[in-house]
Design a protein around this ligand. Structure first.
Ligand code: ARG
Length: 218
């Protein structure tokens, strides 16, 4: 089984100092694959605007990338049962005077997002709807987006709330506000891969109530 991920999204997927890709999604798919009888899986690193085409082209079989289940994506891929909930966060530098409480407060500012994410569409949709003058800088990776914030090149990052929380523990950044979107993550497979989808879901349901899953999260 070939699994695609964008490893810039701690604690779900990230790269350790020795170059290995680790995280909750990686542990999760490894356990599920084992339960499904696979001897080994291959993890492939792909920027987040890439895994859906890679999946539909057959280069990978599963996306494990903290991917939000959306109606738009459901037209192209099939999602497993949901396994995590997430909102969007506006991240700013620690002790900054700029404390946006909503997207409107980003007027006149530069925000950065990862290309292809729901954070990107949140701000793009807001600009299209309201005509707000917000400059959006698009990155291939959330880690680079946070570095831009730390270097003072941008005013804020829009990123999923669980990942924002982890960034606040690792870097000098803080969450200015949470925008409630009430979304969920799922793994994704090709739409016609019904057998694989059913097999993953069957293992997944068992796994979500297992002590191993709790241990991974801890
Ligand atoms: N949950 C968001 C989305 O689905 C962001 C996911 C980004 N994932 C990543 N591994 N960088 O659009």
């Amino acid at each position: 089984m070939v699994v695609g991920t964008s490893p810039d999204f701690p604690p779900f997927e990230y790269v350790t100092s020795n170059g290995s890709i680790v995280g909750i999604d990686i542990e999760l798919i490894k356990h599920l694959a084992k339960m499904m009888g696979y001897d080994a899986i291959k993890i492939v690193s792909i920027d987040f605007d890439g895994p859906i085409p890679a999946l539909t082209n057959g280069k990978i079989d599963v996306i494990a990338a903290g991917m939000t289940i959306t109606e738009e994506r459901k037209k192209v891929v099939a999602f497993t049962i949901p396994y995590w909930s997430a909102d969007q966060a506006i991240l700013v530098t620690k002790n900054s005077n700029f404390k946006p409480k909503s997207l409107s407060d980003l007027e006149g500012k530069i925000v950065t997002v990862q290309s292809g994410t729901t954070g990107e569409s949140l701000v793009d949709d807001f600009i299209n709807k309201t005509g707000a003058k917000i400059t959006v800088k698009r990155h291939s990776s959330f880690v680079l987006a946070v570095k831009d914030l730390l270097n003072g090149r941008v005013d804020a990052v829009i990123v999923d709330s669980p990942v924002a929380k982890l960034f606040t523990q690792k870097y000098g950044v803080e969450v200015a506000t949470i925008i409630s979107t009430g979304k969920h993550y799922g793994l994704a497979v090709r739409k016609d891969d019904t057998q694989l989808l059913n097999a993953i879901n069957e293992a997944f349901k068992k796994f979500l109530s297992s002590p191993e899953w709790k241990a991974i999260i801890d």
